[in-house]
Ligand binder design. Structure first.
Ligand code: BGC
Length: 448
């Protein structure tokens, strides 16, 4: 049985926009008494986390606002062959391009989360299901893997039992390698059929309990890293694409058609109709903002292909000045992006599907320093504050997911960055330890 866009469950979204940075704030701290789990404990929070400027409480958000955490399978699960899993493009890429993927030998093990569950007391958990666990050959004709179905059934049931809403990403960068080899993956229209088949299996198998589906994580990043600079699979340099406009208006923007010309695939009339307004919510992954410089006469020598097509170049700084504080945190950019999206795309429902910040891994640092990530709490509060302002200005933001629950494998940068609310000890059987941010988030959500 196939599924066409017109009868897909009305719970899809596509993520957009992301670049990230690490932020270290040097912070003074003071003690806050926080209620958690019925008891009280003391958290040494940075003073900046309690400044008037960002005094935003969880109760300042609408009652149905969802607070969650996010992960992705390829970055955490490990167990690359367990239960008959097939190979993803990232497993292939990490094995064959060690020069591009740092710590590549660690990629297959992730942080072993396929074999471990945990609970943080959040309202929602965003995770991805790897295509190659459910359909090991990539195609439905190769059969559905019942063992994997059992595994995710039990995870989903466990979440629901604990009052945590599952939010499932269908594809978070881990396309089946078999489809890459068979027809070139995303660049071939056959991808649409296989993606539809795979999504259909997920909807029919888990859709009775999962009501929130994220279609494709960061298509723009996927295009840029996979096809332009080659930092991600398949690693070739071809072309770049834009995504939000067709989902709202059924077609690419006029300016884009004019500049990309025949390299831009055309939608059929049927596809345009099916696409228009075909999402229930838009997912935004926001880490920081940069500048775009108008380039009326783009230079092929100095600019990337997507910049040439857009007649604009990406700039980190303007006249030597970066946006926001010098370390890259710019919550005002999130507020502006939200308000722009409201105006430009007919005021859609929006989820902040990822937001967070990572510190540099330094295994010689004492554990108490590694666990003391007050800078992350400040970063999160600053962004929650920006979201709250956007909501007051009429933007329909429905939820917020911190990236990420546990330190993970950060794609090409390997284990270099620690985004986790939980620290992972890679030298001690992936032992998990809550950072200050984990304790704070729990307390923050429980406070009334
Ligand atoms: C991705 C995540 C990644 C995060 C932080 C986002 O681009 O969706 O998979 O780990 O940024 O680097």
């Amino acid at each position: 049985m196939t599924l066409s866009p017109s009868n897909w469950p009305k719970k899809l979204f596509t993520s957009t926009t992301v670049i990230h940075v690490l932020v270290f704030l040097s912070v003074a701290s003071s003690t806050l008494e926080a209620a958690a789990g019925g008891s009280t404990f003391e958290l040494e929070l940075p003073d900046a986390a309690q400044s008037e400027e960002i005094k935003v409480k969880s109760t300042d958000f609408p009652g149905d606002f969802v607070f969650g955490v996010a992960t992705s399978a390829a970055q955490t699960e490990g167990a690359p062959k367990a239960d008959g899993k097939g190979q993803s493009v990232w497993e292939y890429f990490a094995a064959h391009f060690p020069g591009i993927v740092k710590d590549n030998t660690k990629f297959p093990d992730g942080i072993d989360s396929y074999n471990r569950y945990m609970d943080l007391g959040v309202g929602s958990y965003r995770f991805s299901i790897p295509w190659t666990r459910i359909l090991p050959s990539g195609a439905l004709s190769g059969g559905v893997n019942q063992k994997a179905v059992d595994h995710y059934n039990s995870l989903i049931n466990e979440l629901i039992k604990n009052g945590i809403k599952p939010s499932v990403t269908i594809l978070h960068f881990d396309l089946p390698q078999a489809l890459e080899e068979k027809y070139g993956g995303y660049l071939n229209r056959s991808f649409v059929n296989d993606f539809r088949d795979y999504s259909d299996v997920l909807f029919k198998t888990f859709g009775d309990r999962v009501k929130h589906w994220v279609t494709i994580n960061e298509p723009k990043v996927l295009a840029l890293y996979g096809y332009e600079n080659g930092w991600a699979p398949p690693g070739c340099t071809r072309r770049s694409i834009r995504f939000t406009e067709p989902l709202v208006f059924g077609d690419y923007p006029k300016s884009m058609k004019e500049s990309v010309k025949e390299r831009l695939p055309a939608f059929t009339e049927e596809e345009k109709t099916a696409l228009t307004g075909s999402f229930d919510f838009l997912g935004i992954n926001y880490y920081l903002s940069g500048f775009a410089r108008n380039e009326p006469n783009p230079s092929p020598e100095a600019m990337l292909p997507h910049e040439i097509d857009a007649k604009a170049s990406d700039q980190v700084a303007k006249n030597g000045v970066v946006l926001g504080n010098p370390l890259g945190s710019y919550p005002e950019g999130l507020q502006k992006l939200l308000e722009y999206t409201k105006t430009k795309y007919q005021n859609p429902n929006i989820y902040i599907a990822e937001n967070g910040v990572g510190g540099f891994r330094n295994d010689t640092m004492p554990l108490e320093v590694v666990l003391n990530d007050g800078f992350k709490i400040v970063y999160i509060l600053r962004h929650l504050n920006a979201i709250s302002k956007a909501i007051k200005n009429g933007v329909k933001v429905k939820g917020y997911y911190i990236w990420t629950l546990l330190d993970d494998f950060e794609w090409g940068t390997g284990l270099m960055f620690q985004y986790g609310l939980y620290n992972i000890d890679f030298n001690d059987n992936f032992k998990r330890m809550p950072r200050l941010s984990a304790k704070w988030y729990q307390a923050y959500l429980q406070k009334t």
